[in-house]
Design a protein around this ligand. Structure first.
Ligand code: KG4
Ligand code: ZN
Length: 348
């Protein structure tokens, strides 16, 4: 069975071809980062136009690399939400046209569900790892922080961010320091040479017994530190930073990672985590990967880390999540599938 995944929810145009066991035959990603870099964030209108421009080429290339024809496609799986409406509509409409013309089923995929199951996928021609339920999923990206329990056929939300997403905090802090967009990978690299114990930055906590995340406190603390140092957003060279800044970034990263670890630990104490799957753009962060792996070893909990190429937005994870849903529920009528800017995990 050949599955075609299409991802256009944000600033990556991606098309992937998988087989029924989750083997990734192709996963072509055209990043629009350059187009948005000057604005320090994603501009919705630019994103939609760029998807429209890129999609035909990305589509052709994905089929070519996989060595399949349009006639081989048995299931179409575009992202239907959450994301930028104009951007989503490009991939969803293309998917619908294809499914309609070829008379094959289509499932509209929840982007977060795509991330959630991405740690099970493997590139390099291997089938996906078997999924064992229940597992806990920590999805951390530029738009989301979600901790959920995944049972066979049900996703139970446990915690989410009340304000900034962790990737958003990385991006905003980097931007205010004059570092390039996206900030996550840059800060990750800078932090590696810094002393994270040098500054005691706040670790986000939400009161009233909630496990929800909060990252605006540490972000604000960073902006105050920048002000004190006269860091005003003029371009900085990441390889040649003013004294103390590497330590500051390392302390920031430590605070974000600690906040995530603390929630995982609390939830483990309360309900016992059998296995943990990390995902989303921030799952590329080296300190987060190392910290959660160590936690897993110490607590006897297997921790699944996604391959780095599958952490940021890609259509392989969308095709995979679409296939899992299709196996469970079949496909709805084409005209009932709409693009949704909001679509919380675990809701139909
Ligand atoms: O999942 P993704 O591609 O898009 C969303 O759905 O949001 O995540 C992108 C986010 C950006 O905020 C980026 O800065 C962050 O992931 N990111 C990282 C790293 N690589 C990407 N954050 C921390 N460390 C990294 N190494
Ligand atoms: Zn994403």
């Amino acid at each position: 069975m050949i599955v075609l995944g299409i991802e256009t929810s944000c600033d990556e145009t991606s098309v992937a071809v998988l087989d029924g066991e989750g083997r990734v035959f192709s996963n072509v990603i055209a990043s629009q980062m350059q187009a948005h870099a000057a604005y320090g964030g994603v501009v919705p209108e630019i994103a939609a136009r760029a998807h429209l421009e890129n999609l035909p080429t990305v589509f052709e290339e994905a089929l070519d690399q996989a060595g399949v024809n349009v006639a081989d496609i048995a299931l179409v799986a575009p992202t239907a939400g959450p994301g930028l409406i104009g951007a989503l509509l490009v991939g969803l409409s293309a998917g619908k046209a294809l499914a309609f013309a070829r008379r094959v089923p289509l499932v509209g995929v929840n982007h977060l569900e795509g991330h959630l199951f991405s740690a099970h996928l493997r590139t390099g021609g291997q089938p996906a790892r078997p999924i064992e339920y229940p597992f806990h999923g920590l999805v951390v990206s530029g738009g989301h922080a979600e901790l959920v329990r995944v049972e066979d056929g049900r996703i139970v939300p446990i915690a989410r961010t009340r304000d900034d997403a962790p990737g958003e905090a990385f991006d905003k802090v980097a931007r205010r320091a004059g570092l390039p967009y996206p900030g996550g990978p840059v800060v990750d690299r800078i932090a590696a040479s810094g002393d994270s114990s040098r500054y005691a930055l706040p670790v986000g906590r939400v009161r009233n017994g909630s496990e929800d995340f909060s990252f605006s406190g540490v972000k604000t603390a960073m902006l105050r530190e920048f002000e004190k140092r006269g860091v005003d957003g003029s371009p900085l060279d990441a390889d040649n930073l003013p004294a103390g800044l590497a330590d500051l970034f390392a302390s920031f990263q430590r605070s974000v990672v600690t906040a995530l670890l603390q929630r995982v630990e609390t939830v483990h104490q309360r309900e016992g985590i059998r296995r943990l799957a990390l995902s989303g753009g921030v799952a590329a962060n080296s300190e987060l990967r190392a910290t959660l792996s160590r936690w897993g070893e110490e607590n006897g909990v297997p921790v699944l880390l996604p391959e780095k190429t599958l952490t940021t937005d890609n259509a392989a994870m969308i095709a995979w999540a679409g296939l899992l849903r299709f196996r469970r529920e079949g496909a709805p009528d084409l005209d009932t599938i709409v693009a949704r800017s909001r679509w919380p995990l675990g809701t139909a």
